[in-house]
Design a protein around this ligand. Structure first.
Ligand code: C2E
Ligand code: CA
Ligand code: CA
Length: 536
């Protein structure tokens, strides 16, 4: 490290530095931590003064920016990268894409993008080998301006990387509004406590980027622990001292020759016409639907036995109940609390959904615990659909219903049903119960079998009137019975009703059960076939 030069000294030597190549480029590889292959590199500016020695960007870039000279340095870097790529191509070497930094002051220069484009054409470099890094703080100058610059870059075909993501407080909004192709997440902005708040922010950003289908590169990765952590939350791409410091062009050329390459890919390709981006816009129709109309829903990824929840809506939280907060759910996985058997059932449903591309349903029990309610067993019916996939990872959307109450009551009913079945078989007795508050009716096994009644009938008795179990001319009478029961006007009611299109006469009886305050709770119904001789 040389002597740090003063502003005056820097300005005095700037022209020479450009002219004589004292300002030059180092390259830092970007690596896929899962495969060890190189996906690209970043060009980083260096300045070696013949007398004062090496100068670092932190010291001289702010000076150049302040004096409106940075664009000249940046163009010099861009040209140097083009020349490096040209040489590599001429030597028959397959280069990786090199990203070049664009100062936010370059954004304010009207022709900057045209000038780099001129250089690219001069060196005849396919545009796929050149990426442009724009820092998040560029948005400070106004969204319209950055947007128009990004648009121009995209028109020429440059891949745009959002640099230093996570450094500004407005990160999430910026990401939603700017059309960037890659996100660079700097570990140093979030360092210290990977397990704590820093980790939560990082994984939220990675999850959101997955949703947007935008690849994420973690930069400033110094340790294996950091790289493994990033991989575990779905970010495979890393750049940092762990793999390599920025190295001079010659050294980098050797790395480029020795290391295998692979292209950078989006974390997730979404299937169909689902517009993932819109899910992050709190005012979009998709978000509105997700939160308000679909019932409990969850979006999660699945990768070789491991699942990770990306998003849940409010109704999902409510459906699982137990006073869990959203974050507790996000930190868990979709099958938390399931025993092996239930988990197997759930995973098999996922595999079926992958195969069929259709909605697949399963019912699974799980133990859930929360700070407030302690432990309980719940049964969840999940309607699962595959909505995205990469080679290794699947993205699922599941709608959930908590059917614990339904299950428990049905199981109880089934138990008593089993005990009574034998007697009923011979007595031709049909039984059911009606929940007064919800108007849900649960029939016995024989009603289901003989009368084709579903396990649960909502808004009883309307669906059975509609289906003809109760004939139309008895509908009003029957409704009147239900009204009386509902209002607690009677404790028992009975009569003969011809059932089904066959108008088979049944003796129908109701007994009302009240709660401790005398409020109607449940009505138990039964129907026995009227045998010849019974009076009408
Ligand atoms: P940056 O664009 O975020 O670049 C990454 C910086 O992190 C580089 O610092 C790099 O050397 C450093 N770095 C990489 N891996 C690690 C690591 O594992 N640990 C640590 N502690 N640091 C790591 P550098 O080269 O000193 O550049 C600093 C900043 O100067 C850059 O930050 C960028 O904003 C700016 N800069 C560098 N080159 C250019 C350029 O050509 N044009 C413009 N406009 N700005 C540049
Ligand atoms: Ca950068
Ligand atoms: Ca950066």
């Amino acid at each position: 490290m040389g002597k740090v030069m003063s502003e005056q000294e820097l300005l005095a030597c700037f022209d020479d530095a450009i002219a004589f190549g004292h300002i030059f480029v180092t390259y830092q590889p970007k690596i896929n931590h899962s495969t060890g292959r190189m996906i690209g590199a970043e060009a980083l500016m260096r300045w070696t003064h013949p007398v004062y020695g090496m100068q670092y960007p932190a010291d001289f870039i702010p000076v150049l920016e302040k004096n409106d000279l940075i664009y000249r340095a940046d163009l010099a870097v861009f040209e140097s990268v083009c020349s490096f790529l040209r040489k590599s191509l001429d030597e028959g070497l397959k280069p990786v894409p090199i990203s070049v930094n664009m100062s936010r002051y370059d954004i304010y220069r009207k022709n900057y993008v045209d000038e780099i484009e001129k250089l690219r054409i001069k060196y005849d470099i396919p545009v796929k080998y050149l990426h442009v890094e724009v820092t998040e703080t560029s948005a400070i100058g106004g969204m319209e301006l950055v947007s128009s610059v990004l648009k121009r870059l995209h028109e020429f075909g440059y891949v745009v990387e959002m640099d230093d993501f996570g450094s500004g407080y407005s990160s999430l909004n910026v990401l939603k509004d700017l059309a960037v192709d890659v996100i660079k997440l700097d570990m140093r902005f979030l360092s210290g406590n990977i397990g704590g708040r820093g980790g939560t922010i990082i994984s939220a950003i990675v999850q959101m980027a997955k949703w947007l289908g935008t690849p994420v590169i973690a930069e400033g990765v110094e340790t294996m622990e950091q790289a493994d952590y990033m991989k575990s939350i779905g970010c495979r791409y890393v750049q940092g001292y762990l793999y390599s410091k920025p190295v001079p062009a010659d050294e980098f050329r050797v790395k480029m020759e020795q290391l295998e390459h692979e292209p950078m890919k989006a974390a997730m390709d979404l299937l169909g016409k689902m517009d993932a981006g819109k899910f992050w816009d709190p005012t979009s129709m998709e978000t509105l639907i997700f939160n308000n109309f679909v019932g409990g829903a969850v979006i999660f990824t699945y990768q070789s036995g491991k699942a990770e929840i990306l998003r849940v809506n409010k109704k999902y939280v409510k459906e699982l109940g137990m006073n869990m907060i959203e974050q507790e759910i996000l930190d868990s996985d979709p099958w938390v609390g399931m025993d092996d058997e239930n988990r197997k059932k759930y995973e098999e449903t996922l595999l079926r959904a992958i195969d069929s591309g259709d909605e697949e349903v399963c019912e699974t029990w799980r133990t859930i615990c929360s700070k407030i309610c302690g432990e309980d067993m719940i049964c969840i019916r999940s309607f699962i659909r595959l909505i995205g996939r990469t080679e290794e990872q699947y993205l699922f959307y599941a709608m959930v219903q908590n059917i614990t109450a339904e299950k428990k009551r049905y199981d109880e009913l089934f138990e008593s049903e089993r005990r009574l079945r034998y007697g009923f078989e011979h007595a031709n007795v049909y039984a059911w119960e009606v929940d007064i508050a919800t108007r849900d009716m649960r029939p016995c096994f024989r009603c289901m079998r003989d009368l084709n009644v579903p396990p649960i009938v909502h808004n009883y008795p309307e669906p059975l009137i509609e289906s003809g179990v109760f004939p139309p001319d008895y509908a009003d009478m029957y409704r009147e019975w239900m009204r009386k029961i509902e209002h607690g006007e009677v404790d028992q009611i009975e009569g003969i009703i011809p059932l089904t299109v066959g108008r088979i006469p049944f003796h129908v009886r109701y007994t009302l059960e009240r709660d401790e305050n005398g409020k109607p709770l449940k009505a138990f119904g039964s129907a026995t076939l009227v045998v010849d001789g019974e009076d009408k």
